[in-house]
Design a protein around this ligand. Structure first.
Ligand SMILES: Nc1ncnc2c1ncn2[C@@H]1O[C@H](COP(=O)(O)OP(=O)(O)O)[C@@H](O)[C@H]1O
Ligand SMILES: N[C@@H](CCOP(=O)(O)O)C(=O)O
Length: 294
């Protein structure tokens, strides 16, 4: 094999209380990552937000992963995920390149073993190697990452509505909005919510999953960065959403819902943002199955 192309989809990290631990794979939007052996490591970027994505391998998440894996390759990123939106735009190339190099050079890593390797690419974007985007991007479904270990759970059939308000919130800035410490009582509530969300996935109970998205510390400290957040969340719930959360570090908001309610929920959330004078992109998708060769 002298060249490989993979589809690496957007992801929604944190899922409320699961900060830096839980993440959900989406089916779209997605990047296409092409990797081929070369004399030196080089990167090309085409598509959505390419002007804000560094070509220097040391400052690009995909470049850091290729260096970590010790391979000189030409990486072409066909970007389909808007950067700094909370949809894992920096993670998709990192996960895609880790998977592609593993296949291209027959390195023999499992998808789970690729998670910590891909996470180190995130240092280029967020300054830390958080794995809650690369985990779901590689494994699909709902993922749990902790201390270099990654597990994936099937989700029940749910619709996913993503609303991307026309504001930029970089992960780095959004991480600075979080306190270094939280009270013990708040930690207990967040651990409980995260565990209930995982229980909901294990029991295929979308209502339990939805209820567990609410009132997290990620929402408490970051929703002030998203004008209209409470109104948009209320609009989604009125139309039948199971639950709403900030996607990753935001500003994208996601709603999990019955698939036949998705379009009505998408419209309600967009209308709410518009009532605050904020235009949005939006899309309806479903839970993804992880990076794949195309
Ligand atoms: N391969 C990459 N793809 C996208 N963004 C990258 C990449 N490498 C570095 N970056 C930087 O990371 C920023 C996006 O990261 P981040 O703020 O975490 O967005 P998101 O919430 O979409 O993951 C970009 O603006 C860019 O400066
Ligand atoms: N746990 C991270 C997740 C960042 O997700 P992104 O999609 O915004 O990159 C955080 O909340 O900082």
């Amino acid at each position: 094999m002298d060249r490989i192309r993979v589809k690496a989809s957007a992801t929604s990290a944190n899922l409320g209380a699961g900060f830096d631990v839980l993440g959900l794979a989406l089916d779209e939007p997605y990047d296409v990552i092409e990797v081929e052996p070369a004399d030196r490591l080089a990167i090309k970027v085409i598509g959505v937000g390419s002007e804000s994505i560094p070509l220097d391998p040391e400052r690009n998440t995909a470049g850091l992963v290729a260096k970590e894996m010790g391979r000189d390759v030409l990486i072409t990123i066909y970007s389909g995920i808007r950067p700094a939106s909370g949809l894992g735009s920096s993670a998709a190339p990192a996960a895609g390149v880790a998977f592609a190099i593993n296949e291209l050079f027959s390195l023999g890593y499992t998808r789970e073993e690729l998670v910590p390797i891909a996470a180190r690419g995130e240092v280029a974007a967020a300054g830390v190697a958080h794995a809650d985007n690369v985990g779901p991007c590689l494994l699909g479904g709902l993922t749990i990452v902790c201390g270099g270990q990654a597990e994936s759970l099937e989700m029940p059939e749910v619709g996913v509505v993503a609303i991307m308000p026309d504001v930029k919130v970089s992960t780095r800035v959004a991480r600075e909005a979080l306190p270094a410490c939280i009270p013990l009582r708040e930690m207990v509530q967040n651990v409980g919510k995260a565990c209930m969300l995982v229980a909901g996935a294990a029991k295929k109970d979308p209502y339990l999953i939805g209820r567990s998205l609410a009132d997290s510390f990620n929402e408490k400290y970051r929703s002030p960065l998203i004008k209209g957040y409470e109104g948009v969340k209320a609009g989604a719930m009125r139309e039948g959403a199971y639950g709403v959360a900030i996607s990753g570090s935001g500003p994208t908001m996601i709603a999990l819902c019955p698939r036949d309610r998705a379009k009505a929920i998408e419209k309600a959330m967009r209308d709410e943002f518009l009532s605050y004078g904020i235009s949005c992109e939006s899309f309806v998708t479903r839970v993804g199955r992880g990076v794949k060769i195309i």
